[in-house]
Write a protein that binds this ligand. Structure first.
Ligand SMILES: Nc1ncnc2c1ncn2[C@@H]1O[C@H](COP(=O)(O)OP(=O)(O)OP(=O)(O)O)[C@@H](O)[C@H]1O
Length: 579
């Protein structure tokens, strides 16, 4: 029922088309049911009574019925296609819009590939069910009921055969549907896995080629592909069982009716015309049962897909703005107050444990630490990309959970470790930072991020970037991403290893430019000591805890981990560039 409500809701303005499609099928069905009656009259009152007038008149009526049924069939195709395609577009739009409200945690829950299947294949399954299922859904039951009623009217004795056949067939077909329905969820899950493998391989195509791993990924893809094919074969092998069951039933019924009907004709209790008409009802009843079983199979699959679509639409975003949210971030101060965090509620260990930090507005803070020590996790909490598990993060003196999400994220610009640009011009990409920025403002941001160095070479602000920002190098992409963040005029600027692909001299020049941004708090995650040694404060993270905090000189004098990082870089010759 929930599925029906969902479909009714998302049909929206296409509900009219859907209703018209149903009316067309209903009218078409009643016309077709009328034809056997006319046929019986042709045989009994026309051929047997040698009355040509009855044959011609009824023949003309039969042609008229057939032509009207054809017109209604065409109209049905048009209305149902419009309703189904409209429904599909509405469902995809609603899912996509809802997806935009998802937090990272929501997306982690679903997995990206499953979301893709739920927006594409699942919607197509629902669409197809509507466009090809409405006709048999309306025709099947009405043709069945009408066929049985007409058969009883023509010959109640003969029609008793149906009282035996129809219930037996119904039980057989429902058991087929009951076995197949649960398999559809497994099938869609296998489809998710195929999408997952395909997406990962396409995204990593350069790495695959660089490591000459084409054979390995082809094997992995073959395995998921085979799993999908196996699951589909097992599902549809059971589904097609209803065809032999129905055909067997049709022949058995025909034989029984020929046997009993023949005896009745010989005994003079049934006319040949009534018998001919009766035989066409046998076909009609069995056909309608076939339609009903097919439509049930189709619906079983569509129900699975509707459920998967509903799961996306019903997912509650884990991060929302509170009622009466603050819309102004007064300053760029950042406080971590006994913050604990873990990604999964049931995870045993915290990723961040009891982190306390006090970062004053306008200061520069460097964050260092080993791989997996929690640096990225720490800064993501400032822009409320995740919520703390315990404690609080305060920006501008207020808990981040008190702010309107958009206002907070406007004030806290994060240049993530995985920098992403989009296909389009450089100007379009920079406009993500400030849609109203003038060319001068964009060029100034590029100058601060040292993107001006290569901007002319890629065609200036009108230079076109390929999908995912293709067409610029890693270091160039990082600089454009910094420029984009600067255009937001943030109160807090977070750079998560954002200059890792930039050479030392450019890195130093960028730092120098950023240091001049008065009033902007800068939190810089870096692997190189050189990138953070001038900071007002350096935080050393170790296994999710603040191991030490101080200036470069203080840490160099007191902290063994900092000394070790510094020494390792001095040893590798980085110190020369550092100093
Ligand atoms: N989305 C996620 N779901 C579950 N665990 C995660 C997720 N992201 C990170 N982690 C785990 O949290 C821990 C800290 O990761 P984080 O990315 O914050 O470390 P990091 O210090 O930034 O590392 P690196 O220097 O390699 O970028 C790691 O153990 C990582 O496996």
């Amino acid at each position: 029922m929930d599925g029906v409500r969902l479909i009714a809701r998302f049909l929206g303005p296409y509900r009219r088309d859907f209703l018209l499609a149903v009316l067309c099928v209903a009218a078409e069905t009643s016309l077709e049911l009328f034809i056997p009656i006319l046929m019986a009259q042709v045989v009994d009152q026309g051929i047997m009574a040698a009355d040509l007038h009855v044959v011609l008149a009824n023949g003309a009526l039969m042609l008229l019925c057939a032509a009207a049924a054809l017109a209604l069939g065409l109209a049905y195709a048009r209305f149902s296609a419009r309703a189904a395609m409209g429904l599909g577009a509405n469902l995809r739009a609603a899912e996509y819009a809802h997806l935009q409200t998802f937090s990272f945690a929501n997306i982690d829950d679903f997995e990206g590939s499953s979301l893709v299947t739920r927006l594409t294949t699942d919607v197509t399954v629902v669409q197809n069910a509507l466009v090809t299922g409405t006709r048999p859904l309306v025709r099947g039951p009405s043709a069945l009921v009408a066929g049985i009623v007409y058969a009883f009217v023509m010959s109640p004795e003969l029609a008793v055969v149906f009282c035996v056949v129809v219930p037996l067939l119904a039980v057989a077909m429902f058991s087929v549907v009951a076995r197949v329905a649960p398999r559809y969820r497994v099938l869609q899950r296998a489809m998710d896995q195929l999408n997952d493998a395909l997406q990962e391989d396409l995204a990593a195509i350069r790495v695959i080629k660089a490591y000459v791993r084409e054979g390995h990924v082809a094997e992995r893809f073959a395995a998921v592909n085979e799993h999908l094919a196996d699951t589909a074969t097992r599902t549809f092998r059971t589904a097609v069982l209803n065809v032999p069951i129905l055909q067997g039933a049709m022949y058995a019924t025909s034989v029984a009716i020929l046997l009993f009907g023949g005896q009745m004709i010989l005994a003079g209790t049934l006319t040949v015309g009534a018998f001919t008409g009766f035989m066409s009802y046998v076909l009609q009843i069995v056909n309608s049962l076939m339609m009903i079983s097919n439509v049930f199979l189709m619906l079983a699959r569509a129900v699975t897909s509707v459920e998967r679509v509903s799961e996306v639409l019903a997912e509650e975003p884990t991060l929302v703005s509170p009622p009466g949210a603050l819309t102004d971030v007064p300053d760029g101060s950042v406080v971590f107050d006994h913050v604990c965090f873990k990604y999964a509620q049931d995870a045993e260990k915290d990723v961040l444990s009891d982190v306390c930090l006090d970062i004053s507005a306008g200061s520069t803070v460097g964050v260092l630490g080993g791989t997996g020590s929690g640096k990225t996790t720490l800064v993501q909490l400032v822009a409320r990309l995740y919520d703390v598990t315990a404690g609080a993060v305060r920006v501008g003196g207020h808990d981040v959970r008190a702010y309107d999400l958009a206002a907070l994220r406007d004030a806290v610009a994060v240049v993530l470790q995985k920098n992403v640009l989009f296909s389009g011009t450089v100007r379009e990409n920079l406009a993500w930072g400030d849609a109203d920025a003038t060319d001068e403002q964009m060029l100034e941001a590029c100058r601060l991020a040292r993107a001006d160095e290569f901007l002319e070479r890629i065609g200036g602000l009108d230079g076109v970037l390929g999908q995912g920002g293709a067409g610029v190098s890693g270091g160039q992409r990082q600089r454009l991403c910094i420029a984009r963040a600067l255009l937001k005029h943030p109160r807090v600027l977070i750079l998560d290893d954002s200059t890792s692909a930039v050479d030392m001299a450019t890195d130093a020049a960028i730092r120098e430019n950023l240091a001049r941004l008065a009033g902007v708090t800068k939190i810089v995650i870096a692997q190189r000591v050189a990138s953070v040694m001038d900071a007002d404060k350096i935080v050393v993270l170790d296994d999710g805890r603040v191991h030490a905090c101080g200036t470069h000189e203080e840490l160099l004098a007191t902290d063994p981990i900092y000394q070790e990082i510094y020494e390792s870089q001095v040893g590798s010759g980085i110190s020369g560039e550092v100093s």
